[in-house]
Design a protein around this ligand. Structure first.
Ligand SMILES: [Zn+2]
Ligand SMILES: [Zn+2]
Ligand SMILES: [Zn+2]
Length: 360
């Protein structure tokens, strides 16, 4: 390519440029592609016209005007890029090195002259090479050339590296010359951030509901089976009980129950820990479907109170209950699935044993 450049700048008329140089079967070139700096690249009108309908039109128009010399102007990009472009029209090939060097120009040319295969290669190549430094140029081009994949790739990179991009010359240029695109980008970043925030909030909420659901399981288990040192009043806890599989949560609930039983402030509305225990009892009662056999303290009292207060519209509480029930369902589902998976494995094992030929 260096050699070609020398050749091009040394003498403006170029007889032939690879790869169509030396293609013995081809007739004499009958058209010139005029690149920037007045460089003329000889070519064959049939090949250009068959590769690109846009070029076909230009060549036909030149024929109608009976110009003595047929020309296709291709200005505004470096002539080396034009040479690579013409080479692609002849051979459907260009190297990674060429793509890296002239990707931006080749994308523009392939868009203008409707060469989808090259456009696709450029889009993919540029998407791999887009950086903080060139992202503003590439996104402008992606928008001009209607390359949505590349545009999306750029805008994501911009959104993740906004501070660094903001300091580049490209961004300053964009601010001064394309306020519409600047606005579009800033809106995207804004939306992406609120999407992330929403997702984070959702994850946090799910974690909270899952914790509450586990707390409910532990509360029921402590009040019906007993665990380590806390259990129903009529149960002999000296017999070894637990610790259970959810002991980190269970232990916390046990401490709360012990505190609730002894706290002196409880009578006057209670301390924050008592309030928390109170809330857990109330939540249990809201989701408990067997209050008659239930051994959790205050379950029936809360149920009764809830029936009396039915007219009070506590939608936030009801939403909380719904979410905890949902989390409980999910956790039982995952346990069931795990069990079924184990059973299926055991089944194959048993089958394996059955079908094992007995030694006689
Ligand atoms: Zn336990
Ligand atoms: Zn207390
Ligand atoms: Zn209950």
């Amino acid at each position: 390519m260096v050699q070609l450049k020398k050749k091009l700048s040394g003498q403006m008329r170029v007889k032939s440029i690879p790869p169509f140089a030396g293609s013995g079967d081809l007739p004499e070139p009958d058209v010139y592609v005029i690149a920037s700096g007045g460089v003329r690249i000889p070519a064959h009108s049939k090949i250009l016209a068959s590769a690109s309908s846009v070029m076909e039109n230009i060549i036909e128009r030149a024929q109608k005007h009976r110009s003595t010399e047929r020309k296709v102007p291709m200005l505004g990009v470096p002539y080396d890029a034009v040479a690579v472009f013409i080479q692609f029209l002849y051979s459907s090939r260009c190297s990674e090195e060429q793509l890296e060097k002239y990707g931006i120009h080749l994308l523009a040319l392939s868009h203008v002259y409707l060469i989808p295969q090259l456009k696709q290669r450029c889009t993919k190549g540029l998407a791999k090479r887009v950086t903080v430094e060139n992202v503003v140029d590439v996104i402008q081009l992606a928008r001009l050339c209607d390359a949505p994949d590349l545009y999306l790739k750029c805008i994501k990179l911009l959104s993740n590296n906004y501070k660094a991009v903001e300091a580049t010359e490209g961004w300053k240029f964009l601010q001064n010359h394309d306020p519409h695109l600047e606005l579009e980008i800033l809106q995207f970043i804004d939306e992406a951030e609120s999407r992330k925030k929403r997702a984070r909030r959702h994850r946090e909420e799910q974690r909270l509901y899952a914790q509450l659901s586990e707390a409910m399981d532990c509360l029921e288990h402590i009040c019906s089976e007993g665990c380590t040192t806390v259990g129903p009043y009529d149960m002999d806890l000296s017999k070894h009980k637990g610790p259970c599989s959810k002991y980190s949560t269970c232990h916390g609930i046990q401490l709360l129950i012990k505190h609730f039983g002894t706290c002196e402030k409880r009578v006057n509305g209670g301390c924050s820990r008592c309030k928390r225990m109170w809330q857990l009892f109330r939540l249990h009662s809201s989701i408990c479907d067997q209050p008659d056999e239930c051994r959790v303290p205050l379950c029936r009292q809360f149920k009764l109170k809830a029936q009396q207060d039915r007219r009070v519209n506590d939608s936030r509480w009801r939403l909380l209950v719904r979410k905890v029930v949902r989390a409980k369902t999910f956790s039982s589902l995952s346990i069931l699935k795990r069990k079924r998976g184990e059973e299926a494995r055991m089944g194959t094992y048993r089958q394996g044993v059955r079908s094992f030929p007995l030694a006689r």
